[in-house]
Design a protein around this ligand. Structure first.
Ligand SMILES: Cc1cc2nc3c(=O)[nH]c(=O)nc-3n(C[C@H](O)[C@H](O)[C@H](O)COP(=O)(O)OP(=O)(O)OC[C@H]3O[C@@H](n4cnc5c(N)ncnc54)[C@H](O)[C@@H]3O)c2cc1C
Length: 679
C-alpha cells in the first residue's frame, strides 16, 4: 500500500495507462501529413560553370577565376576540416601553393581517415587497355550510372581530371598494380563495359592516402600546414554571411577552441552511419556538415544513399559494423542462388542446372558487373522470393570456382588475396573452397552539402569537397569513382576555384571576442552540458541502433509514402526520448567517447528526419532508391523526369521550423535522358 492508499499493482496500472495515453498523444502529434512536413522555396542554379561547350568549361573557369599572386598567398588562411583523400590532398596542394592552412581531424593521425578503407580502385579515362574508353565515355557512364540526377558540367570535369590524378599519384610513388608490359593494370567495375579502374591490390585507398599524407606531411614540415589531430569540429562560425571559422573540441582535454581563417573547407566524409550498421568506419558522422547546414548551408539530396551489393551479411543483433567485399570481386566472381528456395544443399553440392546466375540471366550485357543499385535490388528480390542463402536467408553466393579453374588459384590470390583472407577471418569459411556469402549494405552517401561548380556551398567562403558534398554521382555512384572525386576535388578543382574567393581577401580580422564566435562557443558548451546532464537510462548506442533500424526499414532500398510518414513520426519520438533519457557517462574534461558519440547521434536524428522528408518529396524510383509507388510493369524502378529531374537543396528553417525545399533543375544537353537499361 502506498501513502495515498493505492496498491503497488494499481500504481503500476495507472503508470502503464498514462504511458499508453502519452504514446497515443505523441503519435497523434507526430502523425505526418506528407504535404505538411516541408515548405517550398525558390529554384536555385549553379552560376559558376561557364556557358561554353562542355569540354571547354573547366579551362574557361580556370581562366576566368581570379588568381592570387604568390606573395599575397602567405597573408591568406584556409581551414580544412578532414584529412581523408579529399582533405589531405587539398591541404597539401594549398600549402604547397603558399596559403596558410589549418588542418583538423578527429583521428590520432591524418592517415587514419576512413579513406584508408577503400579497397577496389580508382577510375581514370586513360584507355590503357585500348578498349574504347575516353573522357566522354567516363562522363557518359557516370551520368547514366547516376540515373540522370547529377550535374553534367561537374561530371565532365571529373572525367577530364581523372587522367591527371593517376599521373600525380604515380609521381608520388603510389604502387598501382602493373601488368606484364609495365603499364598500369586495370580492371572493370560495375556499370561500365571498359576496364578503367586502377588499383593497388585490395588496398587502393590506403596507398592513395599514404601518397596524399606524405604530401601533407611535407607541408607540415614546411610550416605551411598546421595540423590538429584529435580535434573535432562542433560548430561553424559565420560572420557577416561568410564562413570565417570553426569551434573545435580538443578530444583529449575537452577544451573548446576557436579557429579563424579567410575561408573554410569541409572534407568531412559521408554520413552512412546514420543507419548504424554500414561499411563506413565507426567514427564517420555528419556533425560538421550538419552544423554548417544549421548555419545556412543547403543540404542536397540527403536521401540518396548507396547500398553496396557485396558485403558480408549481418550475423547478429550485437554487430556494430559491416564489412565490404570489394566490387572488384565481381570481375571474376559469379553471383547465384539456388533455383528453388527449398534447396538447402551446401553450395558446392548444388549442380549447375539447379543454380540461378540471376544477374547474368536478367542483364546479359553487363552480367555480374551491373551497377551497384541494380545488383543490390536484384539480391533483395531473390531473397524476398525465399531463395536467399545462409542464416535468415539474407545472402547470395559470390562464387570463384570458375575463376580458379580458369586462371589458377595463384592468379586469383594475387588479385584478391587480402580480400579472401579478410572474408575467411570474419566468417570462418574458406572462400577458395566454398562461395562467399554476400548481401547489400549501406556504403556511401551521394547526398551532402550543396555546392556549385566551384565547390562553394550556399554560405560564401564555405567550400565542401569529397564525400561531404552532394557530389557528382547523382542517385547512384559507380564503383571506384569516390576516390576519383575526392582527389579531383582536393588536388585539382578546389585549388583552382578557391583562389577566386581568396583574391578578395584577406577578409576583416575576426577573433574569439566577435559576437558570432561567442555565440557559437556558447552553443557548443550548452549542448555538451545538456548531453551530460540528462543522466537517463539508455545508452547512446541503443538509440543509434533503433534509429538505424528505422532508417533501414523505411528509408533504405525500398521506400513508400506510408513507411516514410511512419519513420518521420518515430524519429521525432525517438529524438525526444533521447534528449530526456540518454545516459552519457564521464565528463567533458577528458577523453570521452560516449560524449563524442552522443553529439554525433543527436545530429543523426535531425539528418535522419530530413532524409525521410527528402525521400517523401521525391515520389519516384531513382538509382537504388526504389519507391514502391513508382515502378514499371515488370517491377523495375521508374523515374519521373518531368517532375523530379532536379537536385533537392534543403534550407534549415530554424529550430522547430519546416525545412525549405529549393530545387536546382538539371538540364541534359549532352547525354540523352532515358530509362536505364543494362540488359
Ligand atoms: C569499405 C569501403 C571501401 C571503399 N572502396 C572504395 C573504392 O575502392 N573506390 C572508391 O572510389 N571508393 C571507395 N569507397 C568510398 C571512399 O572510400 C570514400 O567515399 C572516400 O574515401 C571518402 O573520402 P573523404 O576524404 O571525402 O572522407 P573520409 O576519408 O571519410 O575523411 C573524413 C575526414 O574528416 C574528418 N572529420 C569528419 N568529421 C569531422 C569533425 N566533425 N571534426 C574534425 N574532423 C572531422 C575525419 O577525421 C577524416 O579525416 C569505399 C568506402 C568504404 C566504406
Amino acid at each position: 500500500m502506498t501513502n495515498n492508499g493505492t496498491t503497488d499493482q494499481q500504481t503500476g496500472l495507472i503508470i502503464e495507462a498514462l504511458d499508453t495515453a502519452k504514446r497515443a498523444v505523441s503519435s497523434l502529434i507526430n502523425s505526418v501529413d506528407a504535404d505538411n512536413v516541408y515548405d517550398e522555396g525558390h529554384d536555385i542554379a549553379d552560376t559558376k560553370a561557364p556557358q561554353v561547350p562542355i569540354d571547354k568549361r573547366w579551362d574557361e573557369r580556370k581562366f576566368t577565376a581570379k588568381l592570387v599572386n604568390p606573395a599575397n598567398r602567405r597573408k591568406l588562411s584556409v581551414i580544412i576540416v578532414g584529412t581523408g583523400l579529399a582533405g589531405a590532398s587539398a591541404a597539401a596542394t594549398l600549402g604547397e601553393a603558399g596559403y596558410h592552412v589549418k588542418s583538423f581531424c578527429y583521428q590520432d593521425s591524418p592517415r587514419r581517415a576512413h579513406s584508408i578503407a577503400a579497397q577496389g580502385g580508382i577510375n581514370a579515362a586513360k584507355n590503357y587497355r585500348n578498349d574504347g574508353d575516353s573522357v566522354y565515355r567516363l562522363f557518359y557512364d557516370t551520368v547514366k550510372g547516376g540515373d540522370f540526377r547529377a550535374r553534367e558540367s561537374n561530371v565532365y570535369r571529373l572525367a577530364q581530371t581523372s587522367v591527371q590524378i593517376i599521373d600525380q599519384c604515380v609521381a608520388q610513388g603510389v604502387p598501382f598494380a602493373r601488368e606484364y608490359g609495365g603499364l598500369l593494370d586495370n580492371r572493370s567495375f560495375g556499370g561500365v563495359q571498359v576496364s578503367r579502374t586502377f588499383y593497388a591490390r585490395g588496398q587502393t585507398g590506403q596507398q592513395l592516402l599514404i601518397g596524399a599524407y606524405q604530401a601533407l606531411e611535407r607541408q607540415i614540415a614546411a610550416k605551411t600546414v598546421e595540423m590538429h589531430t584529435r580535434h573535432e569540429m562542433l560548430e561553424l562560425v559565420v560572420v557577416d554571411g561568410r564562413a570565417r571559422g570553426v569551434v573545435i573540441r580538443d578530444m583529449v582535454t575537452g577544451e573548446i577552441e576557436t579557429h579563424f581563417a579567410d575561408a573554410v573547407v569541409l572534407a568531412t566524409g559521408g554520413y552512412g552511419n546514420v543507419f548504424f550498421l554500414s561499411t563506413n568506419a565507426m567514427g564517420c558522422n555528419v556533425t560538421a556538415t550538419w552544423r554548417a547546414h544549421r548555419k545556412g548551408a543547403y543540404f542536397a539530396n540527403p536521401c540518396y544513399t548507396q547500398i553496396h551489393p557485396t558485403c558480408i551479411p549481418v550475423s547478429g543483433e550485437y554487430q556494430s559494423k559491416l564489412t565490404l567485399m570489394s566490387e572488384s570481386l565481381r570481375n571474376d566472381g559469379r553471383i547465384w542462388v539456388p533455383k528453388s528456395g527449398e534447396d538447402k544443399r551446401p553450395a558446392p553440392e548444388v549442380p549447375e542446372e539447379d543454380r540461378d546466375y540471376y544477374l547474368e540471366r536478367i542483364y546479359p550485357a553487363f552480367g555480374n558487373l551491373v551497377p551497384r543499385d541494380i545488383a543490390s535490388r536484384a539480391a533483395k528480390n531473390v531473397c524476398d522470393e525465399g531463395r536467399g542463402v545462409g542464416p535468415g536467408g539474407l545472402g547470395v553466393y559470390l562464387d570463384f570456382a570458375d575463376a580458379i579453374e580458369r586462371l589458377g588459384r595463384p592468379a586469383v590470390e594475387a588479385k584478391y588475396g587480402n580480400l579472401f583472407d579478410m572474408y575467411a577471418q570474419i566468417t570462418g569459411e574458406n572462400p577458395y573452397e566454398t562461395p562467399m556469402r554476400i548481401y547489400p549494405a549501406v556504403h556511401y552517401t551521394m547526398g551532402g552539402l550543396w555546392v556549385d561548380y566551384d565547390l562553394e556551398s550556399s554560405i560564401p567562403g564555405l567550400y565542401v569537397t569529397g564525400e561531404a558534398n552532394f557530389s557528382d554521382h547523382g542517385a547512384n555512384r559507380l564503383g571506384a569513382s569516390a576516390l576519383m572525386q575526392g582527389l579531383a576535388d582536393g588536388y585539382f578543382v578546389l585549388p583552382n576555384t578557391i583562389n577566386d574567393y581568396l583574391a578578395s581577401g584577406p577578409y576583416a580580422k575576426v577573433d574569439e571576442t566577435h559576437l558570432a564566435a561567442v555565440e557559437a562557443v556558447e552553443a557548443v558548451r550548452t549542448r555538451i552540458d545538456k548531453l551530460l546532464s540528462v543522466n537517463g537510462t539508455r545508452t547512446v548506442d541503443s538509440f543509434h541502433k533503433e534509429l538505424g533500424h528505422i532508417m533501414w526499414d523505411y528509408c533504405g532500398m525500398e521506400r513508400s509514402e506510408e513507411g516514410l510518414r511512419k519513420a518521420i513520426g518515430r524519429i521525432r519520438e525517438l529524438k525526444a526520448e533521447f534528449w530526456s533519457d540518454v545516459k552519457v557517462l564521464g565528463s567533458n574534461e577528458s577523453l570521452n567517447q560516449a560524449l563524442e558519440r552522443a553529439g554525433r547521434v543527436a545530429d543523426f536524428f535531425e539528418l535522419g528526419e530530413l532524409m525521410c522528408i527528402d525521400a517523401l518529396a521525391r515520389r519516384e524510383s531513382c538509382g537504388g532508391h526504389f519507391r514502391a509507388e513508382s515502378q514499371t510493369e515488370d517491377g523495375e524502378a521508374l523515374r519521373h523526369d518531368d517532375e523530379f529531374a532536379y537536385v533537392s537543396a534543403w534550407e534549415f528553417a530554424g529550430e522547430g521550423g519546416k525545412p525549405i525545399l529549393h530545387r536546382e533543375p538539371l538540364v541534359y544537353e549532352y547525354v540523352e535522358m532515358k530509362q536505364r537499361s543494362y540488359k
